[in-house]
Design a protein around this ligand. Structure first.
Ligand SMILES: *[C@@H]1O[C@H](CO)[C@@H](O)[C@H](O)[C@H]1NC(C)=O
Ligand SMILES: *[C@@H]1O[C@H](CO)[C@@H](O)[C@H](O)[C@H]1NC(C)=O
Ligand SMILES: *[C@@H]1O[C@H](CO)[C@@H](O)[C@H](O)[C@H]1NC(C)=O
Ligand SMILES: *[C@@H]1O[C@H](CO)[C@@H](O)[C@H](O)[C@H]1NC(C)=O
Ligand SMILES: *[C@@H]1O[C@H](CO)[C@@H](O)[C@H](O)[C@H]1NC(C)=O
Ligand SMILES: CC(=O)N[C@H]1CO[C@H](CO)[C@@H](O)[C@@H]1O
Length: 700
């Protein structure tokens, strides 16, 4: 009965394998010092990398560079409106493949933090909420509101189940050690009055009830209910965070802003590597054990995914720039900081801190553990450099800096002293697209009232009509005029974001709002013909709003229109959603055959023109971008995929565009004959466009 012997052996083998599985799967817990992962307290450095802001082809190298920079955890939001653009229709393909990202994180031996939200803000259109939520009766977002809670729970559960099905939680042997529910809710909670607090309690309970085996955080929510951990967001959490709301919770910093997201019309913010390092070291010195860089890699807001007025390039100033290149000294300086702090792990996680004054603006925080375990942080909060005595040894401290002494003797790192060389990024012209024979154009038709089928007797909210299916909405009406060639004063007030005015099909003027104030007025003198005159307003949104309470009540587009002070707001208006070129998809290989393209330069007017050309990909693996300095405002498509909105004509206070370069991911390109289609709303010149390659080199 040989067979009988084999089975117990196989059984034992299987059992042994199962034991191995279980051994590598720990529930993540926490105490007052840190998260407890794989059964141990840990100091963790985390970096935000958002999967839809890059491509799956870029993920392995982004993660590898993060790991090399001393990052332990990759943090991402989950982008609901990418995954469920229409109710019940899900999409997890391409750069929406969150499971693939998690598996890549795991393959490289890192942890993951999943911030489900599902409201995420994140400078993402509508804060990540799908617009169809807006049309559910009785809907109030982010409140103790049954319709919202039902949809939020449904989506959150689905994501959690998807992670579980792929064994992605640490409790299953996967990489996910932490999850987030909601997002900075406390900043809006008061607007919901008595509906706020029960919503917070419900969200926490709902999340915890999903039994992931890993803790949940709520950021910027001081009263996060147990066992959910309250976490800090900001630039100086070592100074601003009041701390965990229970002695049994660790001190976690979910968003340490590495710079600030850029918006059209404003200059780029930069934050020095030294300043970031100072605040991370301070947070750790104050018993912080988890720091996330928002963003570690910002990437690109492809297509129309950016929120109102936010540029296509996202946190290009992060340690990995928009293209995934190391930005120095940020990357290297923080890598040094991480190694120095890791040398202090034992003292930080098991020792007791004491605060020792070293001078008027200088103090030391010293962690002492079991014999021989000691780590010190020497903090100089003076704008001048100074020399202090610590344990009778002199140390020179640069201005506003922290020295890290992993053995309480040797300063291995100072936050203000970078040894990393500054990197210089160069854009090299690979091809000029300056030959007019290589371009063709298609003039977008100006929509007149008679051409519209959707009508209303008033001005309707832009957002509720387009439902974010397009940035563009035509508003048009007709008016009779008795005298010929009479001058009229047009006066439009719009809730945003931009507007182009056409009278009888001829362009007459534009106006727009800004990130700080999306509303604007447009006053324009126009000439009317005798008889019928057609007024066409092209209203443009530049991303839906993403922050503040009651997003469901936000509106955009023209709100009042007067001609010679006579109000036409409640009048017979016709509407058309989207441009004909968009509706036909003329930016794709197939769609581009649906219209008659003309020779470059054949249109009399220059507004609202689609331009088309083809180009061969630059040889090599350097990142590729378009220099769009010569253009105005619009959207760019490569081989049918939108690489984002551009708005070069919206200058900053210092007179330059907020964004000049527009990233074309390598994976969007084929070696030859790439289709480039660009929609120009204003009067930009496509002959000035160049295809550039990007290199980062360290300064000598
Ligand atoms: C891990 O967490 C799950 C879900 O919360 C729970 O059912 C399980 O008992 C826990 N396992 C251990 C080993 O603590
Ligand atoms: C330590 O002492 C300094 C003054 O010497 C003070 O500014 C600082 O807030 C103290 N820090 C802690 C963590 O108590
Ligand atoms: C440094 O001084 C500033 C201004 O007095 C204060 O706000 C900040 O909290 C201090 N930081 C530290 C680390 O002591
Ligand atoms: C928004 O549009 C829907 C139709 O799509 C309509 O039923 C609803 O009344 C509109 N809501 C508002 C606030 O205008
Ligand atoms: C980008 O293009 C503009 C012209 O459109 C040109 O003036 C500028 O020098 C270009 N920038 C670089 C770095 O090539
Ligand atoms: C709360 C906080 O620290 N906000 C900062 C975010 O970053 C911008 C840009 O550097 C600062 O201006 C804010 O003060």
């Amino acid at each position: 009965m040989e067979g009988k012997d084999c089975c117990p052996l196989l059984w034992r083998l299987l059992l042994a394998m199962a034991v191995v599985e279980v051994a590598s799967a720990w529930n993540v817990t926490y105490d007052g010092r840190s998260l407890i992962v794989d059964g141990e307290r840990k100091i963790l450095f985390s970096g935000s990398i958002h999967y839809p802001r890059s491509t799956p082809q870029m993920w392995p190298s982004l993660i590898a560079k993060a790991k090399q920079g001393g990052i332990d955890v990759i943090q991402t939001y989950v982008f609901w409106n990418q995954h469920e653009p229409q109710q019940g229709q899900y999409d997890f393909g391409g750069n929406k493949d969150i499971v693939r990202l998690m598996k890549e994180v795991q393959a490289q031996g890192l942890y993951a933090c999943l911030r489900i939200g599902p409201y995420i803000e994140s400078e993402w259109t509508y804060g990540g909420l799908p617009y169809w939520l807006h049309d559910i009766p009785g809907m109030v977002y982010r409140s103790d509101n049954e319709p919202f809670k039902f949809q939020m729970q449904k989506f959150t559960t689905m994501i959690v189940n998807m992670m579980k099905a792929n064994n992605l939680y640490a409790s299953q042997g996967g990489p996910i050690i932490l999850s987030q529910i909601e997002n900075e809710y406390q900043t809006v909670e008061a607007a919901f009055y008595e509906r706020g607090p029960p919503y917070v309690r419900w969200a926490a309970q709902m999340a915890v009830g999903l039994q992931t085996g890993v803790p949940w955080v709520m950021c910027k929510q001081d009263d996060a209910p147990d066992p959910v951990i309250n976490a800090c967001n900001g630039m100086r959490c070592g100074e601003t965070f009041a701390g965990p709301n229970s002695p049994n919770k660790p001190s976690i910093w979910t968003e340490n802003w590495t710079s600030h997201y850029p918006v059209f019309g404003e200059d780029q913010h930069t934050r020095s590597a030294e300043d970031i390092a100072f605040h991370v070291a301070l947070f750790v010195a104050k018993k912080g054990s988890y720091v996330n860089y928002y963003m570690y890699h910002g990437g690109t807001n492809f297509g129309r995914t950016a929120s109102a007025f936010v540029t296509t390039s996202y946190y290009d100033q992060a340690p990995l720039d928009e293209y995934g290149l190391m930005r120095q000294p940020q990357w290297g300086h923080l890598a040094g900081l991480h190694s120095a702090i890791k040398l202090c792990s034992n003292a930080l996680l098991y020792g007791t801190p004491v605060n020792i004054s070293l001078g008027r603006l200088q103090h030391a925080i010293v962690f002492r553990g079991s014999p021989g375990i000691c780590a010190a942080f020497l903090i100089n909060n003076d704008t001048r450099s100074t020399s202090i005595l610590f344990q009778n040894v002199p140390y020179a401290l640069p201005p506003e800096s922290i020295s890290i002494l992993p053995d309480c003797k040797t300063a291995v790192f100072n936050t203000a002293e970078t040894s990393t060389k500054v990197s210089i990024r160069t854009m090299t012209i690979n091809q000029k697209l300056d030959s007019s024979e290589k371009w063709q154009e298609y003039k977008e038709a100006i929509v007149l009232f008679d051409m519209t089928s959707f009508r209303a007797n008033t001005l309707l909210d832009h957002m509720n009509i387009t439902k974010d299916a397009s940035d563009y909405l035509w508003y048009t009406f007709r008016v009779q005029q008795k005298s010929p060639n009479s001058k009229a004063e047009l006066d439009v007030f719009s809730h945003g974001h931009a507007l182009h005015v056409f009278v009888n099909g001829v362009y007459r003027g534009s106006a727009h709002g800004s990130h700080g104030n999306p509303t604007f007025s447009l006053q324009q003198s126009v000439f009317f013909n005798k008889e019928t005159n057609y007024i066409s307003l092209l209203s443009v949104t530049v991303g839906f709003p993403n922050s503040g309470p009651h997003l469901e009540q936000r509106i955009a587009g023209p709100h009042r229109l007067k001609i010679n002070k006579v109000d036409f707001t409640n009048y017979a208006w016709g509407y058309q959603v989207g441009l004909s070129g968009e509706n036909k998809g003329i930016y794709t290989d197939v769609g581009s055959l649906k219209v008659q393209w003309n020779k470059y330069g054949s249109s009399i007017s220059h507004q609202l023109i689609w331009y088309k050309t083809t180009f061969d990909a630059p040889v090599g693996n350097d990142p590729v971008a378009l220099n769009l300095s010569s253009m105005g405002k619009g959207e760019v498509y490569i081989n049918g995929q939108s690489i984002g909105r551009y708005w070069v004509s919206f200058r900053t206070a210092s007179g330059v565009p907020s964004q000049t370069w527009y990233h074309i991911p390598q994976s969007y390109l084929k070696p030859k004959g790439n289709l480039l289609v660009i929609l120009e709303e204003e009067s930009g010149n496509p002959l000035g466009i160049t295809i550039d390659t990007i290199q980062a080199t360290e300064q000598q």
